[in-house]
Design a protein around this ligand. Structure first.
Ligand code: 5GP
Ligand code: ZN
Length: 142
Protein backbone atom coordinates (compact mmCIF):
# COMPACT_ATOMS: atom_id res chain seq x y z
CA UNK A 1 0.00 0.00 0.00
CA UNK A 2 1.16 3.56 -0.64
CA UNK A 3 0.44 5.10 2.66
CA UNK A 4 0.20 8.81 1.99
CA UNK A 5 -0.27 9.27 -1.73
CA UNK A 6 -1.50 12.84 -1.44
CA UNK A 7 1.65 13.88 0.46
CA UNK A 8 3.92 12.02 -1.91
CA UNK A 9 2.19 13.68 -4.85
CA UNK A 10 2.75 17.09 -3.24
CA UNK A 11 6.44 16.32 -2.81
CA UNK A 12 6.79 15.16 -6.37
CA UNK A 13 5.17 18.36 -7.65
CA UNK A 14 7.41 20.63 -5.62
CA UNK A 15 10.68 18.94 -4.72
CA UNK A 16 12.23 22.12 -3.37
CA UNK A 17 9.80 22.54 -0.49
CA UNK A 18 9.84 20.83 2.85
CA UNK A 19 6.60 19.10 3.84
CA UNK A 20 6.43 18.80 7.62
CA UNK A 21 10.19 18.43 7.78
CA UNK A 22 10.34 15.81 5.02
CA UNK A 23 12.01 16.70 1.77
CA UNK A 24 12.15 14.84 -1.46
CA UNK A 25 15.73 14.02 -2.35
CA UNK A 26 16.24 13.61 -6.07
CA UNK A 27 18.34 10.58 -6.84
CA UNK A 28 21.85 11.24 -8.07
CA UNK A 29 25.06 9.36 -8.66
CA UNK A 30 25.58 9.00 -4.88
CA UNK A 31 22.34 7.05 -4.51
CA UNK A 32 22.81 3.68 -2.83
CA UNK A 33 22.87 0.52 -4.94
CA UNK A 34 19.49 -0.96 -5.85
CA UNK A 35 18.17 -3.35 -3.20
CA UNK A 36 16.13 -6.17 -4.77
CA UNK A 37 14.09 -6.60 -1.61
CA UNK A 38 12.51 -3.14 -1.81
CA UNK A 39 8.91 -2.45 -2.86
CA UNK A 40 8.97 0.90 -4.59
CA UNK A 41 5.28 1.49 -3.85
CA UNK A 42 6.16 1.49 -0.15
CA UNK A 43 6.84 4.71 1.76
CA UNK A 44 9.49 3.20 4.03
CA UNK A 45 11.24 1.47 1.09
CA UNK A 46 11.50 4.93 -0.48
CA UNK A 47 13.17 6.14 2.73
CA UNK A 48 15.56 3.14 2.68
CA UNK A 49 16.35 3.92 -0.96
CA UNK A 50 16.96 7.61 -0.08
CA UNK A 51 14.20 8.73 -2.47
CA UNK A 52 12.53 10.36 0.54
CA UNK A 53 14.57 11.97 3.26
CA UNK A 54 14.24 11.16 6.93
CA UNK A 55 15.99 12.17 10.14
CA UNK A 56 18.13 9.04 10.39
CA UNK A 57 19.50 8.24 13.85
CA UNK A 58 21.06 4.84 13.10
CA UNK A 59 21.88 2.78 10.03
CA UNK A 60 23.67 -0.47 9.34
CA UNK A 61 23.56 -3.08 6.58
CA UNK A 62 20.16 -4.46 7.58
CA UNK A 63 18.41 -1.82 9.65
CA UNK A 64 17.47 1.87 9.44
CA UNK A 65 16.19 3.97 12.35
CA UNK A 66 14.73 7.45 11.90
CA UNK A 67 12.56 9.93 13.76
CA UNK A 68 8.80 9.64 13.28
CA UNK A 69 7.51 12.59 11.26
CA UNK A 70 4.52 12.93 13.64
CA UNK A 71 6.08 12.16 17.03
CA UNK A 72 3.75 10.86 19.74
CA UNK A 73 6.41 11.31 22.46
CA UNK A 74 9.49 13.54 22.97
CA UNK A 75 11.57 10.71 21.51
CA UNK A 76 9.78 8.74 18.79
CA UNK A 77 12.01 6.63 16.58
CA UNK A 78 10.94 4.10 13.95
CA UNK A 79 13.24 1.10 13.52
CA UNK A 80 12.78 -0.77 10.26
CA UNK A 81 14.45 -3.57 8.29
CA UNK A 82 16.00 -2.43 5.01
CA UNK A 83 14.23 -5.25 3.20
CA UNK A 84 10.51 -4.97 2.53
CA UNK A 85 8.51 -7.22 4.83
CA UNK A 86 4.96 -6.32 5.67
CA UNK A 87 4.43 -6.98 9.35
CA UNK A 88 5.06 -9.25 12.33
CA UNK A 89 2.51 -11.57 10.71
CA UNK A 90 4.84 -12.12 7.74
CA UNK A 91 6.97 -15.21 7.34
CA UNK A 92 10.40 -15.03 9.01
CA UNK A 93 9.53 -11.78 10.80
CA UNK A 94 10.83 -13.15 14.11
CA UNK A 95 14.42 -13.29 12.80
CA UNK A 96 14.19 -9.76 11.41
CA UNK A 97 12.51 -8.47 14.58
CA UNK A 98 15.58 -9.61 16.51
CA UNK A 99 17.69 -7.11 14.50
CA UNK A 100 15.18 -4.37 15.30
CA UNK A 101 15.31 -5.16 19.03
CA UNK A 102 19.14 -5.21 19.01
CA UNK A 103 19.09 -1.82 17.28
CA UNK A 104 16.69 -0.46 19.90
CA UNK A 105 19.04 -1.66 22.65
CA UNK A 106 21.98 0.08 20.94
CA UNK A 107 20.08 3.36 20.59
CA UNK A 108 18.84 3.18 24.21
CA UNK A 109 22.42 2.72 25.42
CA UNK A 110 23.98 5.26 23.04
CA UNK A 111 21.41 7.97 23.83
CA UNK A 112 21.11 7.15 27.55
CA UNK A 113 17.35 6.69 27.23
CA UNK A 114 16.11 5.98 30.74
CA UNK A 115 12.96 4.08 29.82
CA UNK A 116 10.85 3.55 26.75
CA UNK A 117 8.06 1.65 25.07
CA UNK A 118 8.83 -0.65 22.14
CA UNK A 119 5.69 -1.14 20.05
CA UNK A 120 4.76 -3.14 16.97
CA UNK A 121 1.38 -2.31 15.48
CA UNK A 122 0.28 -5.41 13.57
CA UNK A 123 -2.24 -5.11 10.77
CA UNK A 124 -4.76 -2.40 9.97
CA UNK A 125 -6.96 -3.39 12.90
CA UNK A 126 -3.89 -3.13 15.14
CA UNK A 127 -3.23 0.43 14.06
CA UNK A 128 -0.58 -0.33 11.43
CA UNK A 129 -0.76 2.36 8.75
CA UNK A 130 2.52 1.67 6.91
CA UNK A 131 2.77 -1.88 5.57
CA UNK A 132 6.53 -2.19 6.09
CA UNK A 133 7.52 -3.85 9.36
CA UNK A 134 8.57 -1.26 11.92
CA UNK A 135 9.06 -0.95 15.64
CA UNK A 136 8.23 2.27 17.47
CA UNK A 137 10.67 3.39 20.19
CA UNK A 138 8.83 5.93 22.36
CA UNK A 139 10.32 7.72 25.32
CA UNK A 140 9.51 10.70 27.49
CA UNK A 141 13.06 11.84 28.16
CA UNK A 142 14.77 14.26 25.77
P1 5GP B 1 2.08 2.70 12.23
O1 5GP B 1 0.86 3.50 12.52
O2 5GP B 1 2.03 2.05 10.87
O3 5GP B 1 2.45 1.72 13.31
O4 5GP B 1 3.28 3.73 12.20
C1 5GP B 1 3.65 4.44 11.08
C2 5GP B 1 4.36 5.67 11.56
O5 5GP B 1 5.00 6.24 10.45
C3 5GP B 1 3.42 6.72 12.14
O6 5GP B 1 3.77 6.98 13.49
C4 5GP B 1 3.66 7.94 11.24
O7 5GP B 1 3.68 9.15 11.96
C5 5GP B 1 5.00 7.63 10.62
N1 5GP B 1 5.20 8.22 9.29
C6 5GP B 1 4.29 8.25 8.28
N2 5GP B 1 4.84 8.84 7.19
C7 5GP B 1 6.12 9.16 7.52
C8 5GP B 1 7.18 9.78 6.80
O8 5GP B 1 7.08 10.13 5.64
N3 5GP B 1 8.35 9.96 7.47
C9 5GP B 1 8.51 9.56 8.77
N4 5GP B 1 9.70 9.79 9.34
N5 5GP B 1 7.53 8.97 9.48
C10 5GP B 1 6.34 8.76 8.85
ZN1 ZN C 1 8.73 -1.35 2.23
Amino acid sequence: MICHPERLAKDLCDPSTSVSGRQLVLSDSSAPPQNDNLNMDCLFCKIVNKELSADVVFENENVLAFRDIYPKAPIHILIIPKQHIESINSENSENIAKDLILTAKNIIKRDSIKGCKLVFNVGKEGGQTVDHLHMHLLSGNE
